[in-house]
Write a protein that binds this ligand. Structure first.
Ligand SMILES: [Zn+2]
Length: 320
C-alpha cells in the first residue's frame, strides 16, 4: 500500500506517492492562483490527487491514506485548520471537506511538523531521539522532536521559533511584535541586511550584479557573492550566521537536543552555511565545554513536506 503526501504552499500544491518507508515514487506540482476561494483550492487539490494517481498508474484502492501539510496553525485531532494566513483560511474543516471530494481517509498537520517527521523517519535525523528542525526560508518554521514525539503544544503552535524575541525592541515584525528571530535569520532578513550594508559599499559585486537596483537582490545572490569572497556580502552573511548561532545556543539551553537540523531555502547554501554556523556556535560556550548538539543540514530539501505528509499514518513517530 502507498500513501499520498500533499504539501500545500502559498503558491503551489505539490503532491507525491510515498511508500511506507518514506520513498517518493511519483510526484507532481501545480500553481495556485492567489486569492482563490477555499472551495476552489480544495477542488484543485482533489484534481491533483486524481492526476497523481493517473501519472503513477495506481488505482485509489492502492492508497491507504492522504496526508496534507498546511502552512499555518492546525488542530490535527479535529482535522481543522485554525488559521492559515497565506490562503486566508480560518476555522476550516479541511479533513472532512477533502474526504468528501476524494473518498480516501485524510489527515492534516502543520507543514513544519511534517518536514520534521520526514527527516526523523527517512532523512538526516533518522535514529536520533531528540531533534530540532529550523526551516530558514522567506519566513522561519520549526519543529521539535523529543523521544520520538513531535511536540505540538496545547494549541498546535510549539516550535514557532520565528517569533521568539531575538533582539529586545528590535525590528518590527509582521506579527505585531519587535525583534523576532524571523527579522534576523530568514532569507528576507538576509536581503534587508545586505541592502543596508551595500548602501555604504558601492564597490560590491552585488551592486554591479543588480545594476544598482537593490530591490533585485536575492538570498542566493548574497550567498554566492559571499562564497566568492565579496567583502560586503561576507560581512552580511557573517552578521546573519552570528544571529543564527545565538538562536541555536538558546535552543540548546532550552531543550538540549541531540541534533539541530537546518532546512529551508537558505540551507541550500550547504556546507558554506554549516561551516559558518559551526565557527560561530562555540563562542557561546559559557567558560567550560558542554555537550552540544550535532548541527547538520536537513537532507530531504523541498520534498520533506510531501514525504512527511505521506508518512503521517506511518508507525514509529507520534504527535504530542
Ligand atoms: Zn514576529
Amino acid at each position: 500500500m502507498y500513501n499520498v503526501g500533499i504539501d500545500l504552499g502559498g503558491t503551489n500544491i505539490a503532491t507525491g506517492i510515498i511508500t511506507e518507508t518514506g520513498e517518493m515514487i511519483c510526484s507532481r506540482s501545480s500553481f495556485t492562483q492567489s486569492g482563490q476561494s477555499y472551495e476552489t483550492i480544495l477542488h484543485q487539490i482533489a484534481g491533483e490527487v486524481s492526476a497523481l494517481l493517473r501519472d503513477a498508474g495506481l488505482d485509489p484502492s492502492a492508497i491507504s491514506s492522504v496526508g496534507i501539510g498546511i502552512p499555518g496553525v492546525v488542530n490535527a485531532k479535529a482535522g481543522t485548520v485554525i488559521q492559515c494566513t497565506n490562503l486566508r483560511w480560518y476555522k476550516k474543516p479541511v479533513q472532512s471537506d477533502l474526504e468528501s471530494l476524494i473518498h480516501l481517509p485524510v489527515r492534516i498537520e502543520n507543514d513544519a511538523n511534517l518536514a520534521a517527521l520526514a527527516e526523523y523517519m527517512a532523512g538526516a535525523a533518522r535514529g536520533v531521539s531528540s531533534c530540532i528542525l529550523l526551516t530558514l526560508g522567506t519566513g522561519i518554521g520549526g519543529a521539535i522532536i523529543e523521544n520520538g514525539h513531535i511536540l505540538t503544544g496545547k494549541s498546535g503552535q510549539a516550535g514557532e521559533f520565528g517569533h521568539m524575541t531575538l533582539v529586545a525592541d528590535g525590528i518590527p515584525c509582521a506579527c505585531g511584535r519587535f525583534g523576532c528571530m524571523e527579522q534576523y535569520c530568514s532569507a528576507t532578513a538576509l536581503i534587508r541586511m545586505a541592502r543596508q550594508i551595500l548602501g555604504q559599499r558601492p564597490d560590491s559585486t552585488l551592486v554591479t550584479l543588480t545594476r544598482g537596483d537593490l530591490t533585485a537582490l536575492t538570498a542566493k545572490m548574497i550567498i554566492d557573492a559571499a562564497r566568492d569572497g565579496d567583502s560586503a556580502a561576507r560581512t552580511t552573511f557573517d552578521r546573519f550566521t552570528h544571529y543564527l548561532a545565538i538562536v541555536l545556543d538558546s535552543l540548546t539551553n532550552l531543550l538540549d537536543p541531540e541534533m539541530i537540523l537546518l532546512g529551508g531555502g537558505i540551507s541550500s547554501a550547504g556546507s558554506f552555511l554549516l561551516d559558518a554556523v559551526l565557527r560561530e556556535f562555540p563562542r557561546f560556550e559559557h567558560g567550560s565545554p558542554r555537550p552540544v548538539p550535532r548541527i547538520a543540514l536537513a537532507s530531504l530539501r523541498n520534498h520533506a513536506g510531501i514525504i512527511g505528509a505521506g508518512l503521517l499514518s506511518a508507525q514509529g513517530c507520534s504527535f504530542a
